[in-house]
Design a binder for this molecule. Sequence first.
Ligand SMILES: NC(=O)c1ccc[n+]([C@@H]2O[C@H](COP(=O)([O-])OP(=O)(O)OC[C@H]3O[C@@H](n4cnc5c(N)ncnc54)[C@H](OP(=O)(O)O)[C@@H]3O)[C@@H](O)[C@H]2O)c1
Length: 309
Amino acid sequence: MAKKIIATGYGDPADVLAVTDVDVPSPGPTDVVVAVRAAGLNPYDVKLVRGVMGTKPEKLPLSLGAEVAGVVHAAGAESGYRAGDEVVVYPAAAALAEYVLADADRVHRKPADLGFAEASSLLLAGVTAVDTLATLGVTGDDVLLVHGGAGAVGSIVVSEAVAAGATVIATASDRNHDHLRESGAVPVAYGEGLAEAITEARDGKRVTGVIDTVGTDEAIDVSLDLVAPHRIVSVAAWGRVDDGIVVVDGSSEQSRHHRRAAVEPLLEDAASGRITVDIARTFGFDDAAEAFDELLGAHPRGKYVFEPK
Ligand SMILES: NC(=O)c1ccc[n+]([C@@H]2O[C@H](COP(=O)([O-])OP(=O)(O)OC[C@H]3O[C@@H](n4cnc5c(N)ncnc54)[C@H](OP(=O)(O)O)[C@@H]3O)[C@@H](O)[C@H]2O)c1
């Protein structure tokens, strides 16, 4: 038997998260069973548990966790993998567990130079960041405003846009401004005075595009004063689609294409150190509810990583 985290209902993680015993999965011919070393926690997992994405009773109990890194435990004859291979699974299902079953087309070889924790927490945010940049078509000529530039998605947006030569202005809490400066962005504080702070930061230049990873009305309103709606690409402002902004989530063919194409380059860039994945906290079966609780609030910069021991 093996352990797995589930949600038995929708609501406060402390009330609904549970650890259950399940059989270790057996692989079909094209499947791989991975012994989990680390799994990345994402806001999506927390929103799922809290019922933000819907509260259908028939979906209970919920399995959680969409990305994982580990070691192949058993592999189907047609999977192309062997026991002992170090891999990353993305997109994964039910990753907050000791073992994960995945079709081989979702399995990627983990670069030897990339740690398990970092590998487990790179791809969901990374492919999303690359999708926003590709959708907006960011080039070195752009003056880009990034809302949430110190978050998991935002920090990869910032580093890729800076690497492309763009001028980047990014919002974050004061405690993250040094990090943004080190990444090559001009930091601004969100909240009261945001519009004035952006005016000062752009220093007479015209903002040519916006990537929003926050989704607040404040972020969208200030952006609509700077650029045409189609130059605003968001991953979170679902309530503002009627304003003509572009929201991406991997559901369109173009968005899927951007995300698929981003996986291998992201793994290479993280292994070479061109992209860094900072870890804020690791947690296990016993303190999962606490980690879930922290992630949607004001939390330290970096990823929350599940380690099943
Ligand atoms: N559509 C998609 O495909 C997709 C994919 C991945 C994620 N997402 C969504 O994208 C969002 C970000 O995900 P993430 O993994 O990057 O989360 P994260 O690492 O927790 O980052 C959240 C960021 O939001 C900033 N923030 C918090 N409150 C804010 C406010 N009121 N105004 C401005 N910024 C604020 C934080 O800044 P400070 O810490 O500096 O305060 C932090 O940088 C989530 O809503 C997630 O569900 C969507």
